[in-house]
Write a protein of this length. Sequence first.
Length: 291
Amino acid sequence: MIIDYHVHLERAGITRANAMRFVQQATQRGVCELAFTEHAFNFVELAPLLARPEYVARYGHGFQLADYIRMVRDVARELEDGGSQLKVRLGLEVDYVPETGQALRETLAELDLDVVLGSVHWIGQWGIDLGADTWEGRSRPRACRDYFLLAAEAAASGMFDAIGHPDLVKIYGFTTGEDCRSAMQEGGAELVRAAAESGTCLEVSSAGLRRPVREVYPGLELLRAARVAGIGITLASDAHEPDECGLGLTDAVAWARRAGYTEVTTFSRRVPAVRPLRPEGGETPIALARF
């Protein structure tokens, strides 16, 4: 079974019409489970948890959380009642920010979600994926160490079902030097230890294939270590447009299988279920969508 637990609809809004554009693409690609996991900072109720008001003011969409929850659940029921083979799940992608961690824990406990993805996009006030130019003058080995310290903290917190794009720090292909490779190995080992202890999955994401690094997240060495440690995986395309929904998942599955994985984890009401990557009769993709 292939899952894609990471797609965004934010660019065209959290409407039924927009959601159905992703549903239609997912259906065409043989997807059987689609989870919407919008960025938490796009909701007025959750935006303060990012603790970066200037970024939210510039890039946030100011959605209402209740509208999002209602729309996704309505679409899920509509498809189920219509006999569709595609299941829709409700989720969020949440940036891990240490200073708002306790508030986030309390907030998540009140929400009726299927899956919560934790991710690291920020090292202090620096958004690591906001442009290659933002890396100028920075120590790349230190960036790798700082990134994985936060990713490991996120996994250890137990707040998240999976860590999204676990080695996002490699996005621009700047982490290939010997010092960076060493920092990536050490940091990856810390992330694996934390995820194994907390029972947090790691996401295998095809999005890296569309980024300058041109590689699935996470790297094969980290993924193999996760497999040895008994860590589960989710699958994701990290789509922001309908035509990206489910894109590259065949490559992501092949990557996971190279690391030794034969199963994938899905979630409903935050309860995990382990399923084969490729059921008998052929590959059956599952996709997660983000608004």
